[in-house]
Design a protein around this ligand. Structure first.
Ligand SMILES: NC(=O)c1ccc[n+]([C@@H]2O[C@H](COP(=O)([O-])OP(=O)(O)OC[C@H]3O[C@@H](n4cnc5c(N)ncnc54)[C@H](O)[C@@H]3O)[C@@H](O)[C@H]2O)c1
Length: 370
């Protein structure tokens, strides 16, 4: 990312006064798996303090409180917001519980970071954006993969015109056998969908960011459920998922058309019959192409077709490092008014694409994205 740790506009100066001599106070809504990855990052920041946790599961709440030394523990976020009055709220609940706490936190004057996907559908995203705007507070979506050095490598290439016009991008988030066996990831009512909304979202947000965030205008797609809703004896890394409550797709395939004529294809599955897992996207442009993993540019140079791989990308690629970067941007945006790397509008654009694929699958035809 570009160097932008200091902003000198008048708002930044005003905000800096507000936080002078005190820490940015963060509360969590949802204290399950990913909240701890957020907390690991925040605990490394001397200007941040974790002040409260909210969860409907008292065991998870206790584990969170014990691990992070947090004593203000609640089972509902409205009471927490009133009593704790945090500066920022990290929303780490299942997808169906992203919009409500985010909106309430914005209305309570808090900055919000919400995990991916932004919400269940574009209408919820729009309400979240409106609430943050009205409160004049920041709203960040947990898209850590845009900080990945491979993504940044491709973004720099795109910004330098290496690809010419990007015509086609292929996104793949494919697990051979990887239905989450924790949480509610198999329940459509609580998650909004399966692999498309859960893991397809990651690859799509990286690709869309590298493409320069074109406007999606139409979608076609289909989804299939053939394995997750049945008992299985197949030996796999995440066995014993809850097949009885499984109501999401196993495989989703979609095409998104953008206003500049480019097409993004997405393939997302928890249970694809393929050789091994794929986590990648590739780009075809009029002047050059690329792939994310391993990172490589494809071009014609000196009358030769060349494959150009970076010798050294410099940055830490670990999950913890990516989470640190996304949380740091949120804190810096809130306390120093630096630009957001993944604002609500980025979350909304991806949500429109996901929603378009699901709507097209239900309608059996191409659908318009507004
Ligand atoms: N950015 C990433 O790479 C990444 C990775 C994993 C998960 N996630 C996202 O994070 C979110 C949570 O995933 P997870 O793996 O931590 O799930 P999880 O099931 O481990 O944790 C969710 C927690 O939310 C709590 N919760 C549910 N309803 C609640 C409510 N009404 N009020 C308060 N707490 C409530 C649950 O009790 C649970 O402890 C999901 O949206 C998921 O997509 C993002």
């Amino acid at each position: 990312m570009a160097e932008k740790s200091v902003s000198t506009d008048s708002l930044a100066i005003e905000i800096a006064k507000e936080y002078k001599g005190r820490k940015f106070r963060v509360a969590f809504v949802g204290c399950g798996g990913i909240s701890h990855t957020h907390a690991v990052a925040l605990a490394k920041m001397p200007d941040v303090e974790i002040v409260a946790g909210v969860d409907i599961d008292k065991d998870r709440l206790k584990v969170f409180g014990d691990r992070w030394g947090v004593t203000k523990l609640y089972k509902d976020w409205k009471t927490m917001l009133k009593e704790v009055r945090p500066d920022g709220v990290s929303v780490c609940t299942p997808n169906g519980v992203h919009a409500a706490p985010s909106i309430d936190a914005s209305n309570a004057g808090c900055h919000v970071i919400v995990e991916k996907p932004m919400a269940m559908n574009p209408a919820e995203c729009e309400k979240m954006i409106a609430a943050a705007k009205k409160a004049k507070k920041k709203l960040v979506i947990g898209f850590q993969y845009r900080y990945h050095p491979n993504t940044q490598f491709l973004k720099r290439a795109r910004d330098n015109g290496e690809f010419g016009d990007i015509m086609f991008v292929k996104c793949q988030a494919l697990r051979r056998r990887g239905i989450p066996n924790w949480g509610v990831f198999g329940q459509k009512k609580l998650q909004g969908g399966g692999p498309m909304i859960d893991i397809g979202v990651h690859i799509m947000e990286m690709a869309h960011y590298v493409m320069g965030s074109p406007k999606p205008v139409a979608a076609t797609g289909n989804i299939w459920t053939y394995l997750g809703d049945k008992p299985s004896k197949v030996v796999c890394p995440w066995p014993h998922w809850d097949y009885k409550t499984y109501t999401v797709e196993d495989l989703a395939i979609g095409h998104i058309r953008f206003d500049n004529g480019a097409i993004l294809q997405v393939e997302a599955s928890f249970v694809a019959h393929i050789e091994k897992d794929v986590w990648n996207f590739s780009i075809m442009g009029s002047k050059g192409g690329a792939q994310w993993d391993p990172p490589m540019l494809f071009a014609d140079k000196n009358d030769t077709m060349v494959n150009c791989a970076p010798n050294f990308l410099g940055s830490d690629m670990s999950f913890d490092a990516l989470f640190y970067a996304k949380l740091r941007n949120w804190i810096d945006a809130a306390t120093k008014n630096v630009p957001l790397d993944a604002p609500g509008e980025a979350g909304l654009a991806i949500q429109k694409m996901i929603d378009g694929v699901y709507r097209s699958a239900a309608a059996g035809k191409e659908v318009i994205i507004k």
